[in-house]
Design a protein around this ligand. Structure first.
Ligand SMILES: [Zn+2]
Length: 65
């Protein structure tokens, strides 16, 4: 059974950019998760747990894509 990384959210404290990521398996594709803010280039992105509503939203999106 593949191990899933739980859903998470990246937030840029500098410009407010944020992106929600669905649960993912072990295999990650290059560029899937940005290492710096695509909006302002800040490399210190905050890695946070999405709240319940966001987790549901991202799970639904993943299921029905
Ligand atoms: Zn930014």
């Amino acid at each position: 059974m593949p191990l899933l990384t739980p859903a998470f959210k990246l937030i840029c404290p500098s410009c407010g950019w944020s992106k929600l990521f669905p649960p993912m398996g072990d295999v990650r594709f290059p560029g899937q998760v940005p290492e710096k803010c695509p909006s302002c280039g800040n490399e210190q992105l905050n890695h946070v747990k999405p709240n319940l509503a966001e987790r549901m939203l991202v799970t639904i999106k993943t299921t029905f894509k």
